[in-house]
Design a protein around this ligand. Structure first.
Ligand code: GFB
Length: 323
């Protein structure tokens, strides 16, 4: 089985790979209460796609545990239009971090995947056992294949070398620190920007991609980081573990909620020439719950925190740049 209450983070040197990203920065926040030293690889001198640079840095710094939150990520448009980057960068980052972790003797490594690894038409909610049981959603197959390879890498190193490598599969994430660039972002930050700009411009409508009828499950990133730290300390097995809040919404309801949080009172225009992506991808979180973890941030509260972060960190800088 799976529960191994013995792994402590206290007094350990922990590398959060991807410390500046959405998940990595939430992990850094969450780890502050764990009595550990958090280290970060400098972006300008350590390219995780380069095994030589990575291993040199890891031998110098000697991390004892690693959260692999570094990845090439993006929303439906970025995934669909930059397939080479999404498959190559993720395959390289994962292979290099897994192999270097084995070579320098990392005690524990957590790989992060995504709910898009599951078949497009998987049963809902999606159990971990649905992995590799059917065809993938075409818009993100490149990213999904790379993330599935990451899971298999971790499992293979566990079997052959006895490495304590585990994999978690969070559902769609959002929160402070997200990417608000419309051509790269996921739906939550994109709609926050669009609703905010429509409010400022008094625009009659806000544009939403797709039909609005597909459903998504959104996990607040600080909940996700909490689940990851919980599993790092308490889970040790080759099975993957889903992380999610346990409920999903149609995109059209998400749009209404974001407009309410932002204070935009106009209408909505659906651009159906844009893809919908998977019809639904809500993960079954009963395994994580049986291990003792669950999410606690309601969607509206998470969206309010994300909008506040956007106003303080993105919109305010754009205003300064214009002034
Ligand atoms: O968040 P999102 O880009 O990713 O899109 P996926 C979710 C849904 O929101 C899709 C719709 O049906 C989009 O068409 N949507 C509506 C929008 N308006 C917008 C908009 O302005 N921007 C964006 N981005 N979407 C990603 C995968 O899929 O999910 C990744 O491509 C990863 O590989 C990630 O797995 C978690 O949920 O469709």
């Amino acid at each position: 089985m799976s529960i191994s209450p013995s792994y402590t983070l206290r007094n350990k040197r922990i590398w959060v790979a991807g410390h500046g990203g959405l998940v990595g920065s939430a992990l850094v926040r969450r780890l502050q209460g764990e009595g550990c030293e958090v280290v970060a690889a400098p972006r300008d001198s350590v390219d995780l796609r380069r095994p030589d640079q990575l291993e040199r840095w890891m031998r110098e710094v000697k991390p004892q545990a690693v959260f692999l939150a570094a990845a090439r990520v993006g929303g439906i448009y970025a995934n669909d239009t930059r397939p080479a980057e999404f498959i190559y960068d993720n395959l390289m980052i994962q292979s290099n971090v897994v192999e270097a972790s084995r070579r320098v003797g990392v005690e524990k490594l957590m790989l992060l995947g995504s709910s898009c690894i599951y078949p497009r038409l998987a049963p809902q909610p999606i159990p971990e056992s649905a992995l590799l049981t059917g065809p993938l959603e075409p818009t993100n197959q490149w990213y999904a294949i790379a993330k599935i390879a990451g899971i298999k890498l971790g499992q293979a190193y566990r079997r052959q070398y006895g490495c304590d490598f585990v994999s978690v599969m969070p559902t769609n994430l959002y929160g402070p620190g997200d990417n608000f660039d419309l051509m790269q972002s996921h739906v939550v930050p994109a709609l926050i920007v669009k609703a905010h700009q429509a409010k400022l411009a008094n625009a009659p409508t806000v544009e939403v991609w797709g039909t609005g009828s597909v459903r998504r499950e959104f996990l607040f990133v600080d909940d996700a980081a909490d689940g990851m730290v919980f599993l790092m300390k308490n889970y040790s097995d080759e099975g993957i573990v889903n992380l999610g809040p346990g409920s999903d919404v149609p995109i059209r309801d998400l749009v209404s909620l974001i407009c309410k949080v932002v204070g935009y009172k106009g209408g909505v225009r659906y651009d159906t020439s844009r893809p919908d992506g998977a019809p639904r991808k809500m993960v079954d979180t009963s395994y994580a719950a049986s291990l003792g973890w669950q999410a606690h941030t309601p969607l509206q509260a998470g969206l309010e925190a994300t909008y506040r972060w956007y106003l303080d960190h993105v919109a305010s800088q754009e205003r300064r740049a214009v002034a």
